[in-house]
Design a protein. Structure first.
Lengths: 293, 325
């Protein structure tokens, strides 16, 4: 027996037997947490199952090339809606990405602690929880009433309103991750602040910024509320930016309440396509944002 | 041997002061970024102003009585949003109770070491994917999966427990319960994400201390981790509530768009957002003004909730990370 051994009874019993009620309680709660987590996964599984079974059944090339069918017609597709979705998301990206990244540069680098930066940051956070339908109401009042018609342009602007705050916040985070030392070194070599941003911060923070941008694109691609009364819908191919435009999400909404099987099937197929588009953007954002080292 | 002036332009030097042109470019670029930051502030101001301006005629016509009026009739030009406000808050609270419970449990499950790293990635992806699925797709799924699934249960509850006001009507298709269930699924990712951040902010030592004193895993979670992260989790619930209040499409497809006030879970109802979605496209001049008023009400409610949630979040995050924002 050496002197370093612990006398019996000095240490509490560290293993817990199930005869203790506390241990049973803990085990029960752990089981409960598993049940809750699996239940939470159930809706996703069900949605994906329905998309693949119901939507996959109608998947064909003519979906991409045909126009939406009228009431009792069979067949048809939603090529114009896919095109419309991409065009409007494109317009939104063209407006929102420059403004969002520039504002983020201001927040992250130029004046992070100024009053304007604090207000902007706070408003951006508030705007991320802004009901998307209100973006539609706003753009209706500003653009649709002024132009006198529903249009792809108005739809794009409404989506841009929803994109900007997401881009600002994620791009700011990405730019803040750029090490202070790199910026200091650039300034020490005689760079102006904007050169620091262009040649150090933006290239270094690019993966993070792209992640945010692509996520913002993914988010608005599935939006429908802001398009309801800005872009409206159209049964024909897009022929200009100043006229009503079809989108996948509005097509799903319209067709979901129709009493025709053909339209319901198309709604499921459109849902599948829409979810695929959104997921592709989501996966892309992860691949881009993955640290290269 | 260096005897030239240190700042003199030197063809070989890698450092030099900016030229005048670079200064001018710098000035204009920083101006542009400042303008972009201002653009966001002005956008919010413009949204408030424009929706307020459009609602002005209706405010003038219906005053505050609009808020407790119970009929919405475009023919008679009588407009009131009490049923829509009731439906908005009722469905959002229901969704928050369900989605909040699942979201917080999910956050605990993901942050408190229940899962091996690889499985944690799977569950995290599930939550992310729930957040990524568009609202309309949830609406479609709600119509063809949720409603048929819960209808037998709802009928049973109505038959047996119909004397309880919550079960006092039958579920004839769309209604409050299916809408709230789908809304709960949509709120879950928001609550889970913000709660996870809050739980991760709790220093590891705090948990170690609890374990060191002999707490079981769940005693440590329930008595130490959750109270310490309470501020952040509370803000997660508030922000989730804000998200639920403004959610539109799934509700417009599932809630039945009926302007009535009922506590029954199976009765069709309406929300402010789905009132806008379903009435706006075909509304005439007068009704459109009234809808703008309803939009203003929705804007005020969601703005208040979101500002409160973000404020609490900023406050607790600052406290938890020891003064560093």
């Amino acid at each position: 027996m050496s002197d370093t051994s612990v006398p019996a009874g000095a240490l509490p019993k560290l293993d817990r037997s199930f005869s203790e009620i506390r241990a049973i309680k803990s085990a029960l709660l752990t089981t409960g947490a598993w049940v809750v987590a699996l239940l939470a996964a159930l809706p996703l599984v069900s949605v994906l199952y329905m998309l693949i079974v119901q939507g996959g059944a109608r998947l064909s090339l003519e979906l991409l090339t045909d126009l939406p069918p009228a009431g009792f017609e069979v067949g048809g597709g939603f090529g114009n809606a896919i095109l419309g979705t991409f065009v409007m998301v494109g317009i939104a990206a063209l407006i929102a990405i420059p403004i969002g990244i520039l504002a983020a540069a201001y927040l992250a680098d130029l004046a992070p602690d100024s009053r304007l930066a604090k207000v902007t940051r706070f408003l951006a956070k508030v705007l991320t929880g802004f009901p998307s339908i209100l973006a539609g109401v706003f753009v209706y009042a500003v653009i649709v009433l002024a132009m006198g018609t529903y249009s792809a342009l108005a739809g794009g602007v409404a989506l841009a309103v929803l994109m900007v705050p997401t881009i600002v916040l994620t791009a700011e985070e990405a730019m803040k991750m750029v090490p202070r030392k790199m910026k200091d070194a650039a300034i020490g070599m005689g760079c102006t602040r904007s050169q620091v941003i262009w040649q150090v911060v933006l290239p270094t923070g690019l993966p993070g910024i792209l992640t945010g941008v692509i996520l913002a694109v993914a988010r608005v691609a599935g939006e429908s509320a802001p398009l309801l009364f800005t872009a409206l819908f159209s049964n024909y191919w897009l022929s200009g930016l100043a006229e009503p435009t079809a989108s996948l999400s509005i097509l799903i909404y319209n067709f979901s309440s129709m009493p025709f099987d053909n339209q319901i099937e198309l709604a499921w197929a459109a849902s599948l396509v829409l979810v695929l588009i959104v997921l592709v953007f989501n996966i892309l954002s992860r691949l881009v944002g993955r640290p290269t080292a | 041997m260096v005897d030239t002036h240190p700042f003199a332009a030197d063809a070989d030097a890698i450092t030099r002061p900016p030229s005048r042109r670079e200064f001018a470019l710098d000035r204009s670029f920083t101006g542009l970024t400042t303008a972009s930051a201002w653009a966001l502030v002005l956008l919010v101001a413009y949204i408030l102003y424009e929706i307020g301006r459009q609602a002005l005629p209706a405010i003038h016509d219906y005053h505050v009585g609009f808020l407790w009026g119970t009929t919405w009739d475009a023919q008679k030009e009588t407009f009131g949003v009490l049923p829509a406000i009731w439906g908005t808050i009722y469905s959002s609270l229901l969704a928050l109770m369900i989605g909040g419970f699942f979201g917080i449990t999910m956050a605990i499950f993901l942050t408190q070491g229940f899962l091996p790293a690889r499985l944690a990635v799977v569950f995290r992806t599930i939550v992310d994917m729930l957040a990524a699925i568009p609202s309309v797709v949830f609406g479609l799924w709600g119509i063809f999966v949720v409603i048929p699934t819960i209808r037998p249960v709802a009928d049973l509850l109505h038959d047996w427990l119909g004397f309880i006001p919550y079960f006092s009507t039958t579920l004839s298709g769309p209604g409050l319960l299916p809408a709230a269930l789908v809304l709960a699924i949509m709120v879950l990712p928001t609550v889970a994400a913000i709660s996870q951040d809050a739980l991760q902010l709790v220093p590891y030592r705090t948990k170690e201390a609890a374990y060191g004193m002999g707490a079981t895993r769940w005693e440590a979670i329930l008595k130490v981790m959750l109270p310490t992260a309470a501020g952040g989790i509370f803000s997660a619930l508030v922000l989730g509530f804000g998200r639920a209040l403004g959610e539109t499409m799934a509700l417009a497809m599932l809630i039945g768009n009926s302007n009535q006030i009922s506590v029954s879970l199976f009765a069709p109802a309406n929300t402010l957002a789905s009132l806008l979605a379903s009435n706006f496209p075909e509304a005439g001049q007068i009704e459109r003004q009234a809808l703008m008023y309803a939009a203003l009400v929705l804007l005020a409610i969601t703005l208040a909730v979101n500002v409160a949630g973000n404020y609490i979040l900023a406050l607790t995050t600052r406290r938890m990370s020891g003064g560093r924002s």
